[in-house]
Design a binder for this molecule. Structure first.
Ligand code: ADP
Length: 474
């Protein structure tokens, strides 16, 4: 493996060599589909799986009956294993425990947690159903790579079914402080289950420290520093925890930019060529801080209303998780604020704000990012935030735009040369827009070089490589 590493100083990084197969488990899988270009993670994971006779296991997207078998689908070198989950169970596991309890709590929004009796039981049931399937196909040398908060307790269920090979988890979302995690009635159950993983990767050093502290505190264990992170001994197990910041594949963005602009994006960028263009691209999630961003933009316009004619902010925010009440509430707030801004500052034929709550394809998004002077990435909490990295990767090195980045995005731990803001400070964000507008080209280039350095260091193929290295060492 080390020789291989030395040989590949240049890009792209080759998938590492593993003894057994790599079996990835995530709630959703990304199968190659005609016409659609998959995201960076799906592409890179597919690459890693291809190099390791891999399997990718996840929900089929269908409901069917409980107790169904994995349906196997081969695409090239990758075998997809798809599991149906009965509708009520799925709803309680997905909209329920995963997205009404874990998601808000892990994003430090305890006030948005909505607990429903039976949801944790459904979460346990779904984890057990996946464990049955994975245990049935796993061979001794296989490495099982579990993704995200949907499957916190999967490793324990696998151990109970006799799987004793390497099992790793990557948590894509933030890990909360101990005093917040502790509010969970299942806190101890979850920590005990997490101890069944050999290695847990998280997005930031802060998350690694929080998770280690939390596991040691709740499990009455001990923490040591080890291999760039921590080793926690708890519940009779040893878990390695380390930050493995995820990233984007710059080549993928460049490939999108090499394709023609979709007509409506092209028309938009031509029409706004003389204006200061700001862009926001997020799922319409309460964690993304879209209302705060709109308030800051409103304040920026209010400071000098003539700016309305020379500025445009476009927010792409497709609806997401519409079955969860908190999402309806943030949607209403975003629509109300957008309406207020358009009403106050819009003219007959033009408006300083566009809001799209429908999805835009990846090629269109890449061109919008490339063509915008300023990106507003201002989450209240975010595991990493890939849009921040995609924006930088899409810029012209000679005349790059300015990234305004929340200190609460995981990305801010490394991307310190962005304009770092606190989304709670509306006035401060309005000042950041002004600073971005006035920033000289020399400073933009310097910041870009530093930020692009981070984008390159955390490229997704390097991320996969770092995760694989951890599995081999585990
Ligand atoms: P999250 O995983 O919470 O949605 P990230 O920013 O980490 O947030 O990743 C989002 C990914 O989805 C990025 O690759 C981004 O380009 C893409 N994406 C987010 N919002 C949109 C959108 N409105 N339209 C198209 N793609 C989007």
């Amino acid at each position: 493996l080390d020789q291989a590493r030395m040989d590949k100083a240049a890009q792209p990084v080759a998938p590492p060599v593993l003894e057994g197969r790599l079996i990835a488990v995530s709630n959703r899988v990304s199968r190659p589909a005609k016409g659609a270009s998959p995201g960076g993670l799906a592409q890179a994971l597919s690459e890693a799986l291809r190099g390791a006779q891999g399997m990718w296991i996840g929900w089929s997207g269908d409901h069917g009956e409980s107790g169904a078998e994995l349906e196997l689908e081969k695409h090239g070198d990758i075998t997809f294993g798809l599991l149906d989950i009965e509708a009520t169970t799925f709803h309680r596991y997905y909209e329920g425990y995963a997205n009404s309890v874990l998601w808000p709590l892990f994003h430090s929004r305890a006030e948005l947690v909505e607990r429903t009796t039976g949801d944790f039981a459904a979460y346990t049931e779904v984890n057990a159903a996946f464990a049955d399937q994975v245990a049935a196909i796993a061979q001794p040398n296989d490495i099982i790579w579990v993704h995200d908060y949907h499957f916190l307790i999967l490793a324990e269920a696998l151990r109970e079914r006799g799987v004793d090979g390497t099992i790793g988890l990557f948590l894509h979302i933030p890990f909360p402080p101990l005093e917040i995690f502790r509010r969970l009635p299942e806190a101890r159950t979850i920590v005990r289950a997490l101890a069944a993983y050999d290695t847990i990767g998280v997005q930031t050093r802060r998350d690694a420290a929080r998770l280690a502290e939390c596991m040691a505190a709740i499990g009455e264990g001990a923490i040591r520093t080890a291999r760039g992170g921590f080793r926690v001994d708890t519940f009779g197990e040893t878990v390695h925890i380390a930050a493995k910041p995820i990233g984007t594949q710059p080549e993928e963005i460049r490939a999108s930019l090499a394709k023609p602009r979709p007509p409506e994006v092209d028309a938009y960028l031509r029409m706004t060529a003389d204006r200061l263009t700001l862009i926001g691209v997020d799922r319409l999630d309460y964690s993304k801080g879209i209302p705060n961003r709109l308030r800051a933009f409103e304040r920026y316009l209010r400071a000098d209303p003539s700016r309305a004619a020379t500025t445009i902010f476009t927010q792409i925010a497709p609806l997401t998780r519409e079955g969860v009440a908190a999402y309806g509430a943030v949607r209403q707030e975003v629509e109300r604020l957008a309406g207020r801004i358009i009403g106050q500052f819009g003219g007959f034929a033009a408006s300083p704000l566009s809001l799209l709550t429908r999805p835009v394809d990846r090629v269109g998004v890449a061109h919008l990012l490339a063509g915008s002077d300023v990106a507003m990435v201002t989450p209240l909490a975010d595991g990493m935030n890939l849009v921040a990295k995609e924006y930088v990767a899409a810029q012209d090195p000679n005349d790059p735009g300015v990234l305004i980045l929340s200190r609460y995005a995981g990305a801010a731990e490394d991307m310190t040369d962005a304009l770092i803001v606190d989304p709670a400070d509306i006035e401060g964000m309005a000042r950041a827009i002004e600073a971005a507008r006035l920033m000289p080209k020399g400073e933009r280039r310097e910041r870009y070089r530093s930020l692009m350095g981070v984008v390159e260091r955390t490229r997704i193929d390097r991320w996969i490589d770092a995760c694989m290295k951890d599995f081999v060492a585990a």
